[in-house]
Every structure is written in C-alpha cells, then in structure tokens.
Design a protein around this ligand. Sequence first.
Ligand code: GN1
Ligand code: MG
Length: 357
Amino acid sequence: MKEQLAPILAHFALTDEVVSCEPFGHGHINKTYLVVTEPGDRFILQQVNNMVFKDMDGLMNNIAAVTEYLLERVDDPREVMQLVRTRDGKPYLYYEQREFWRMSRYVEDSICLQLPETTADFYESAVAFGRFQQLLQDFPAHTLTETIPHFHDTPDRYRAFRRSVESDPMGRAACVQAEIEFALAREEEAATLVDLLAQGKLPLRVTHNDTKMNNVMLDAKTRKALCVIDLDTVMPGLSVYDYGDSIRFGASTAAEDETDLSKVEMSLDLFRTYTEGFLTACPGLTELERQMLPVGAKLMTLECGVRFLADYLDGDIYFSTHYEGQNLDRARTQFKLVADMEAKWQQMNDIVKEFSK
Ligand code: GN1
Ligand code: MG
C-alpha cells in the first residue's frame, strides 16, 4: 500500500521515511492503515468516511482541541490519542477535494478488546471514560461543535418517534402497539436531563458518545486503562450520557438483538463495577450529576429503544440490519432493560450513593 498511499503520506509532518503502510483493524466506517517509519515508529492513518460524517471540519477541530488539552494534563503521552498534523499545520488532509485523511500516533504496548474478558476489563473501561471526563472538567465544552445536532435530546427523539408512528410508512405500527405504549408511557420523564441542562442545573461537559469497550486502549502489560480512542463523536453534552450509554450496552446480560427476553437483564454486578470505576476516576462530578447517573442509564436505554422502534416503523433506514425485524428485536431488549432498571431502581441508587462518598 505504501506506493499507492505515498501522495497522501507526503502531506503529513513525519520526520522519518515511511517503510510500510498496511490495512489495519476492524472498523466498519473509516479505512484504517498502520504506518511504520524507518526507526520503527508506528502511526495510524485513516481515511475518514465523509458520507457518515458530514461536518468534517467541526469533527476534526473537536478532536484537535480535546486531544491538545488532554496532552497538557497527562504524565504519559500514551494516555492521549495524539494527532500528527499535516505539513501546513492542519489536523487533517482534504485530498483532491474529495477525500479526508488524518494521522495519529499508534499507542505502543497497548491492547484493545472487542468485549471485556473479565470484570476487571469492564472496570478499566469505566476508569478510562471516567478519567476522560475528569481531565476535561474545565474544558470549555460550548466551544466544541455539535457535529450531530440533538444527538441525545431525548424529547426530540420522541418527536421523531411520534412522526414515525403517525406516518407508519410500512404499516408496521398495528403489530407493535405494546412497544409503542411502553415508550409513550415514559415520554414525560424523557425530558428530565435536557430540562436540568436548560435550567443550568447540570453542567455542559465534553462527551465521547461511543463509550464501548472497543474504544478503550489498555496497557498490554498491566491491563490497566490507558486512553480512549475513536473521538469522532466527541461533542458537548452531559456527563451522564456517556455513563448511561456504557450501562445500557455494557451492563446488559445479553446481545442488543437477543430475541429471548428472559436472558436480557441489567446486571447489578456489572452496574456496580462500572459505577465504581467511573466515580473513582471522576471525583469531580457535581452532586446532582452523581444523583442523575441512574437516570442517565435509564434514559439512554429508553432513548435508544425509541430510536430502534422509530427506525423499525420507518423501514430500517438508519441502523443497518441483517434480517427483517432486527430493529424491533433491538427495541424490545432496550425496553426490557428499562423495565429491569425500574425494578432495580432502589439498588441502583444505593450503589451510586455508596461510591459517592
Ligand atoms: C450507533 O454505530 P455504533 O454502534 O457505534 C449509534 C449509537 C447507538 C448504537 C446502538 C452515530 O452506534 O447512538 O447507541 O448504534 N451511533 C450513531 O447500537 O447514531
Ligand atoms: Mg463507533
């Protein structure tokens, strides 16, 4: 690949000669390559998918601003994804008016897991995202671009959902009345977080918005959290969005599209593990932010279920599906998790209190 990519590589401010450049990783959105230079230094080169990410300038400026801020606040540079700028000082290359390319340093001596192999791994993912939030406590979040407007504006997601129910373009609504009612019965609480933000009671923070285990790098020797990667959805938002989405995905006992709902639960053990890691790494949350963690978990799950159900009604146009009805299966697991959280509400709040002291 080195020859084909030479015109791209030439634009980045590398000090040494490139000896190899080969496809790398398992990403589904961007094209990724591993670049090795003459002294053996390694870099990640990516062609960013501009069909998915429309506001490339906003996105890359968000990443540049956040990573530069973090780099001044860590001891080991491996704790931050470090961009390599172009020779003219830009955070990305706009090549021949059609392709977007960026480069970062490879995080040496690290591993990346698709899923946690042990509870300790899940704990470390909580530490990674908690530390990310903690280090960015004083970052002026309002200066970042909202690259996907209204991403976690739950009432706005409900408005879209109502439009899907009303237009019902596939004639599917009649068969999913129970799911529609489940969602609508919770519409009022859906505004809790955005209302607290609008009232100035919850601070605007920097959020990662894709807080899965596979976006965390662990130290290969110690297996401790090093840094978070995939900063494409970094935006202004609420701290409880990131925490909540981690619980939604990581504390569930089954896959997002499990059809046997008896297998789907929000595990209190996993909830406890993540909460301990997150709060230990992020002591700077305000009291109300801590109190709202269970609400974040519930609303992120409810919102995701509402999005899946709306997309099912719309004919599966946003989330890719592998079989008919997959978005309905996904919506059902999310609603099952919401119901399970309602049943475990007291314990969830007690666990948060336990680690808030
Ligand atoms: C999408 O593509 P992925 O899995 O990183 C979605 C998230 C949802 C998630 C549900 C930009 O994320 O908001 O929670 O699917 N990302 C976007 O599986 O819409
Ligand atoms: Mg992702």
